[in-house]
Design a binder for this molecule. Structure first.
Ligand code: 5GP
Length: 179
């Protein structure tokens, strides 16, 4: 536990068990293919590195950074690419690896951008899904955990760049961001 957390939602063991199971599903679903896993920086870094260790098909990894909340806890709806992919997307089976889908705005933008670059297929894997927060009609293809409409941190997820290094995930006390 951490003093800024209201509640721990998922322990490291719970995270790892779900991630291992997802790796097995992806290994079966992408059998015979060579997907390009696209990690959305920075929140999905921990998830990406743990997930790919459990995927048995040959794959490549790339990284994209897009603008997110900054130091606020609400989505701005403004999406901008800060660091683009190094590799071409055309003809590839893309697996977008996200930390959390809330409003869906980031994902909608990213998916459209990759489809526009003529990917052969684009699927979305997310560690957390917050279905109550959705503003656009988009669903991840694979989600490890559904979470309540609260602000969560840990295991890659931050508030103002903090808490990413926690090995577990919990709800941040509102007093931390309401100031
Ligand atoms: P969306 O565009 O779906 O609203 O938001 C996606 C991004 O917002 C995520 O990739 C993440 O960076 C951030 N986000 C959404 N909900 C949370 C949350 O509960 N905690 C943290 N730390 N980030 C969140």
């Amino acid at each position: 536990m951490h003093p800024d957390l209201e509640q721990v939602l998922f322990t490291e063991d719970q995270l790892m068990a779900e991630i291992r199971a997802l790796g097995a599903r992806l290994s079966a679903d992408y059998a015979g293919r060579n997907p390009l896993f696209v990690c959305v920086l920075k929140g999905a870094v921990m998830f990406m590195t743990d997930l790919v260790k459990h995927v048995t098909v040959p794959l490549e990894m790339d990284f994209i950074a897009i603008s997110s909340y900054g130091a606020s806890s609400k989505s701005s709806g403004v999406v901008r690419i800060l660091k683009d992919l190094d590799r071409p997307v055309e003809g590839r089976d893309i697996v977008i690896v996200e930390d959390i889908v809330d409003t869906g705005l980031t994902l909608a933008y990213l998916k459209e951008s990759l489809q526009h670059r003529r990917a052969q297929s684009v699927r979305v894997v997310t560690l957390f899904d917050k279905p109550e927060g959705r503003k656009v009609d988009i669903q991840p293809d694979y989600a490890c955990f559904q979470v309540p409409n609260a602000f969560i941190v840990g295991y890659g997820l931050d508030y103002a760049e903090r808490y990413r290094n926690l090995p577990f995930v919990g709800i941040l006390k509102p007093s931390v961001y309401i100031g």
